[in-house]
Design a protein around this ligand. Sequence first.
Ligand code: CAO
Length: 541
Amino acid sequence: MANRIDIVVPDLGDFSDVEVIEILVTAGDRVQREDGLITLETDKAAMDVPSPENGVIEELTVAEGDKVSTGSVIGKMSVEVGDTVVIKPAIAAEPTGDTTVMVTPSGTAKKSGGMQTLVVPDIGDFDDVEIIEVHIAPGYSVEIEDPLITLETDKAAMDVPAVVGGTIDSVLVKVGDKVSEGASIAIIDAVSRDAAHEQAPDAVPTKDASPAPAPQPVEQTPLPKAALPTSLPAINEAGFSRAHASPSVRKLARELGVDLTQVKGSGVKSRILHEDVKAFVKAVLSGQSAAPSGGLPKTPSVDFSKFGEIDIQPLTRIQKISGPRLQASWINLPHVTQHDEADITGLEAKRHELKGPAKEQGISLTPLAFILKACIAALKEFPKANASLSDDGESLVYKKYYHLGFAADTEQGLMVPVIRDADKMDVYELATELKRLSAAARDGKLKANDLQGASFTISSLGGIGGTAFTPIINAPEVAILGVSRATIQPVWDEKRFKPRLILPLSLSYDHRVIDGAYAVRFTTYLGTALEDVDALLQAIP
Ligand code: CAO
């Protein structure tokens, strides 16, 4: 037996006469409690009205463009007896979980740009609302309306978007903080609104808006057409959170495994609608649309709690961004790793001599500064290692600059700051830059520019240990040098074994660009350069 009940718009807080912008269900649809039924939008918010119960929609009495307020009847549904048939007119009484409110504050940006504080806008009746997600970090580029943080009360989750575009200078909140209207979220180095308008006249962010700068400057290279799979690409978490879509569309996309950054929105202001998500899935499955990555067999999904106690910790934002990029490089580039060794006995003797005086000047002279210097020499001799493949894969782009990235281990995850024009620096300057950038990485103070434009990368695990490893190339670069811990080894000098300090080197290279002979010539040259410490110490060539 079924009961027929009215579907009523719950408490909308201060809003009334709110426009219906999307109808999410039709008569005959079976829905679960909290499924979105219609989407409403005010000048400050987009919100889904959730189903009050499990049941079947009998009719909807509203259409897109209609205006509704708290208590408006929007349709009827039949609810199975046995289910609680209690309609709670106030959303306040019922946690909705799925009700996301996109709050668009009415704040304005200073015309001239400059440092500005981003604050929590009017969020209706809510106070002391918990931050459940922080979408930004120092150095991130944001566009107007990009989400900064997500707040959650017992009745709603809401994104707080940027009112001005620019580069985040510092973030003043963290997950778990409680905030109210007017609380400071972040300091932004704003671009002027005029400038933003020049790029996007209606100031509406599009899905093509430039994403936040990545901690690793790795571009995702599409698979060749012939290899395109007919399954869905992996979700790009960074882009997903920026997509212009209502909560129920996001939920649908999550359920179907659709990456919203790949979907073209056909709604108002390019909003992604349910139909867009469904059309995208159909197109991919029918092979009409090319999924840019993915299509790989999935690893098994395991309920670990069946085997013992577990603790689930969310990935950091940096891990969420760098993970797919590392995977893209690993999948798209044919990696080969050349292992080699360099005798750095002389280099270390000299470094120990210079270390003390350098320290007095505040310079920490580690072996890495010398390795960077030797790499510059090797890159000049073997320019393919400093090149990239062109987008069409038909030519090589040789770079006349030497911007060296180096992997830095931080609490938030792996970051790759870039030493610009490293060829113009001596070992002391390189050591100074290493220290400055690795400290900035660990303190979350890197600027977008510090993370971009590397032409070659070094990943040194020498301070920690290890004998060899296979670093993943920071695509679109074509090579990366891994450095492990130097150890004393017996070396035969035709008469006897001598104790020498041997540094393990591991050069991963893109085999489309560099072949084995070129790679081993590179590492041999690098080893020779590391043995000639006096040449490395010479002033800038
Ligand atoms: N062999 C032996 N000792 C080494 C060495 C090597 N290859 N490299 C560094 N050391 C020594 C240094 O000399 C220093 O000792 P002293 O103070 O006595 O001179 C000590 O180890 C610590 O060095 P460091 O790690 O603090 O400094 P660094 O300049 O070598 O490295 C940085 C800086 C940022 C690269 C490093 O701190 C770091 O984060 N490394 C991890 C990189 C990483 O995670 N790579 C993996 C990427 S893939 O997941």
